[in-house]
Design a binder for this molecule. Structure first.
Ligand code: 8DG
Length: 140
């Protein structure tokens, strides 16, 4: 039996000057449609994680982000949702500087939320442990 490699997913908590974090709602027709997630996506072969995340933020939000602005915070190790038992490492970064205004180019909607408000939104299971870590990062 051939083992499938772990999928690496990169995601960003964009933090604004009011300490709010940008979430996006997964669009209808995708896996986990309707859930609120951090912008990001799957790392492609040969990409560095920060390069992959900057690419995803450009594709999904229309933002220009420098790789140096991405600060690794934590990760989740979980089954890839809808991945047939495939394993995922979900790498979470924070980002406080970018060029442009976020637009929902890929998602159904965007929302700036305080970490405590995330508990009111349906999120992918792997993201739930990120909430107290983000509260600690923000000192709230
Ligand atoms: N971008 C992002 N993906 C997440 C988060 N939490 C989480 O479990 N995931 C999962 C959902 C997807 O299975 C995978 C990210 O891949 P993706 O967003 O590029 O998904 P995709 O375009 O390939 O679409 P799909 O096959 O999942 O429908 O990681 C998160 O906070 N942000």
């Amino acid at each position: 039996m051939v083992e499938q490699a772990t999928m690496i997913v990169v995601a960003a908590a964009l933090i604004d000057d009011q300490g709010r974090i940008l979430l996006q709602q997964r669009a209808p027709g995708r896996s986990m449609a309707g859930l609120w997630e951090f912008p990001g996506g799957k790392m492609e072969a040969g990409e560095r994680p920060e390069t992959a995340l900057a690419r995803e933020l450009e594709e999904e939000l229309g933002l220009a982000v420098a790789a140096e602005a991405l600060v690794p915070i934590t990760f989740a190790s979980a089954d890839l949702p809808g991945g047939g038992g495939r394993h995922m490492l979900l790498l979470l970064y924070t980002c406080r500087t970018w060029d442009g205004m976020p637009e929902a180019l890929d998602a159904a909607a965007l929302a700036w939320v305080h970490p405590s408000e995330m508990r009111l939104l349906p999120m992918p299971p792997a993201d739930i442990p990120f909430i107290p870590i983000l509260e600690a990062v923000l000192g709230v």
